[in-house]
Design a protein around this ligand. Structure first.
Ligand code: IPM
Ligand code: MG
Length: 368
């Protein structure tokens, strides 16, 4: 198969982790006999510096004409004072919208090897396997009007949270469908005791649920979901949320795992899938070669699964990551004080080696 990808390394630790994710996908292509074509383009702060546009046309066109996009991260403190449309984040938000990727999937899995990384007691974190299904193109991120007005010292600002029934319906279907290949539980998150958007959300999700009698649906207010997520994370299966609640709860899920560095994501539902680690640009450690590339590497697994239906290849990466961690390999974010840490590229190399080795074993099995 031809794997036609665009990579957008972006800012901060983005380029470092994307390099390692590319190294792993090259290994997968070699081992499983796929042809790989990768175009690398600027986005975010990197693009702003080069062309005053956080999403240059050339970058967008490259994304639209590829089969999947792998993004590192955008943003950094040097852009904090820029106006909204000239912030690195606006490039990412526009890219999501242009690609039409309304469904953001963020798995949060507590791997046995990493139980001791969680700040929660091991018996609480153990067995946690959550899939956050976050609506990505609506709500307060995109609602109009949004503006700041008035004279300095007496300004006021408004953002609008808006949802339509079709927008809620389509993301609910994604959540229920995905629950069918998991433990068949959906927890829908809202703030229906306060917000109109949330009352509509609950209403529509309940209606869509009638088409999925095999799925157990429950509703939870977002504040109570935040509490339950740390009190008993292992009880959740699919967590269905609107845009901002999903943004917040997915970082919290990362905290429960002990490091955001492990979390991968897939944004799907549009013309081209967009895959990115959840961790962001982490400017404090950028350029030092210590970032954890596993979130980006696991995002490549999601890319192969969702954009190319290459389940065997995706599973191979996931098993390789588990194996490398089980052997005790850790980047700096995962070590306990005094334990040795691998660099970003050493971790990438370990995973690439494990992928190659697993693929050899796989081929051996086929030959027998
Ligand atoms: C995320 C990030 C983005 C978001 C930012 C960078 C715009 O926090 O993907 O979770 O808020 O969606
Ligand atoms: Mg976020």
């Amino acid at each position: 198969m031809l794997l036609k990808l665009t990579t957008l390394p972006g800012d901060g630790i983005g380029p470092e982790v994307v390099d390692q994710a590319v190294r792993v996908v090259e290994e997968v292509a070699r081992a499983f006999g796929h042809q790989l074509s990768i175009t690398r383009k600027p986005i975010g702060g990197a693009a702003l510096v080069a062309s005053k546009n956080p999403l240059p046309d050339d970058t967008l066109q490259a994304c639209l004409s590829s089969s999947a996009v792998l993004l590192g991260a955008v943003g950094g403190p040097s852009f904090d004072s820029f106006p909204a449309h000239l912030r690195p984040e606006s490039g990412l938000l526009r890219l999501r919208r242009e690609l039409g990727v309304f469904a953001n999937l963020r798995p949060a899995v507590c791997l046995p090897a990493l139980e001791d990384c969680s700040p929660l007691r091991p018996e609480v974190a153990r067995g946690t396997n959550i899939l956050i299904v976050r609506e990505l193109l609506g709500g307060i991120y995109f609602g109009q009007p949004r503006q700041t007005e008035g004279p300095a010292g007496n300004r006021s600002a408004v953002d609008t949270m808006r949802y339509s029934e079709p927008e809620i319906e389509r993301i609910a279907h994604v959540g229920f469908e995905l629950a069918r290949s998991r433990r068949r539980k959906v927890t829908s998150v809202d703030k229906a005791n306060v917000l109109d958007c949330s009352r509509l959300w609950r209403d529509v999700v309940t209606r869509v649920a009638q088409q999925y009698p095999d799925i157990k649906l429950s509703h939870m207010y977002v504040d109570s979901a935040a509490m339950a997520l740390v009190a008993h994370p292992a009880e959740f299966d699919v967590l269905l949320t609107e845009n901002m609640f999903g943004d917040i709860l997915s970082d919290q899920a990362g905290g429960i795992m002990g490091s955001l560095g492990m979390l991968a994501s897939a944004s799907i539902g549009g013309s081209v899938g967009l895959y990115e680690p959840v961790h962001g640009s982490a400017p404090d450690i950028a350029g030092r070669g210590v970032a954890n590339p596993l979130g980006a590497i696991l995002s490549v697994a999601m890319l192969l699964r969702h954009s190319f239906k290459l389940e065997r290849e995706a599973a191979c990466i996931e098993s390789a990551v588990s194996e490398v961690l089980a052997a005790g390999n850790r980047t700096r974010d995962l070590v306990t004080p005094g334990q040795p840490a691998l660099s970003t590229s050493q971790m990438g190399e370990k995973v690439a080696e494990a992928v190659a080795q697993r693929a050899r074993v796989d081929r051996g099995k086929v030959a027998i």
